[in-house]
Design a protein around this ligand. Structure first.
Ligand code: FE2
Length: 323
């Protein structure tokens, strides 16, 4: 019996359907950020007006009937409050109408679990990199099982940093893709490099890079920014791999769509004889399928669904992994 999942933490209203671990639909409506960034109220309004049609098109492409749904999952957090509330409202209305369980899912855990699922990994170390989040995470072996955050950004997420820089350089803000495009063939300009153990910070790097725009070519600044940020992530991740002794490494989240980051992490993993994996771009971008997948795992574990509601600062290490 299929499970439907709703993702609404940021600019994407995503609806996925999963049946027995198989993704049978993954539809989305995306708010266009433009040059002004995300205004939470406006994004929430967009989600509210697209919720019904996105749910209908996910059900249509899954081939499942609404009456077959066994549960409805939604993103509890982290994310923008007004946007999360629209997802909760849509999911709770649907679950109540069908008389099926409503299952809250942590957004970061969903990114990691869907990548782990499609890469067929057992117990990886994960570098989760998106607009608002940048964390190095692995599942603990102690009971109850939780994701342990070994390292994380001390200020802003790497995706947010790349987007703010892109706007300052009059490029399209999109998880670093336009920065990567303009960076091709650039030369290195000295940048601040901030790694503290397995934690890292990007605000100083962003300030420096932005201040260099105008005095240096955008190509050189973009190249230096990208290489520095990704090297910081690789160094911290490598340290966590050595500490945890993991032989599987995956990256997930919006910035995991970057081919340069994948290349750097892949060669670092190979140097430690570790397997490296990353999901397709559609599953690294925000999506409803990852929420449906984890909701189904939670439901099948039979260990309860956790408290409903939203939490804008929900963390992966707050989740007890029952599946
Ligand atoms: Fe995300």
């Amino acid at each position: 019996m299929p499970v439907l999942g709703i993702e609404s933490s940021a600019h994407t209203f995503g609806v996925g359907v999963v049946d027995n671990g198989k993704i049978i639909a993954n539809e989305k409506s995306m708010y266009s950020i433009g040059t002004g960034g995300m205004v939470p109220g406006a994004v929430a309004e967009f989600h509210a007006s697209n919720a019904r049609s996105t749910i209908s098109s996910a059900l249509a492409s899954s081939g499942a009937s609404i009456k077959e749904l066994e549960a409805v999952g939604y993103t509890r957090g982290p994310g923008l409050g007004p946007c999360l509330r629209v997802g909760l409202l849509a999911a709770s209305t649907l679950a109540a109408r069908l008389g099926v369980p409503l299952i809250p899912v942590n957004h970061g855990v969903a990114h990691i679990e869907v990548a782990k699922h499609v890469c067929r990994m057992r117990d990886p170390l994960a570098l989760y990199v998106s607009g608002g989040n940048s964390q190095i995470v692995a599942l603990s072996s102690s009971r109850p099982r939780r994701y342990t955050v070994y390292g994380e950004t001390l200020d802003i997420g790497v995706g947010n940093m790349l987007d703010v820089f892109a706007r300052s350089a009059r490029l399209e803000p999109a998880w670093g893709s336009s920065v990567a495009k303009v960076a091709r063939g650039g030369s290195y300009v000295e940048m601040p490099y901030t790694v503290k153990g397995m934690d890292f910070a990007f605000a100083g790097l962003l300030t420096k890079a932005t201040s260099l725009l105008g005095g240096h070519s955008t190509k050189d600044v973009a190249y230096s920014l990208q290489e520095t940020a990704f090297s910081m992530l690789c160094e911290a991740t490598e340290r966590a791999m050595l500490l945890t002794g993991r032989r599987e490494l995956l990256t997930c989240g919006g910035v995991a769509q970057s081919s340069r980051l994948r290349e750097m992490l892949g060669s670092m993993a190979a140097s430690h004889h570790a397997r490296f994996g990353v999901a397709d771009n559609a599953l690294n971008a925000d999506n409803g399928a990852m929420i449906a997948l984890v909701a189904e795992k939670i439901m099948r574990s039979g260990s309860g669904y956790g408290r409903t509601g939203i939490n804008q600062r929900d963390r992966p290490d707050s989740v007890i992994v029952t599946w």
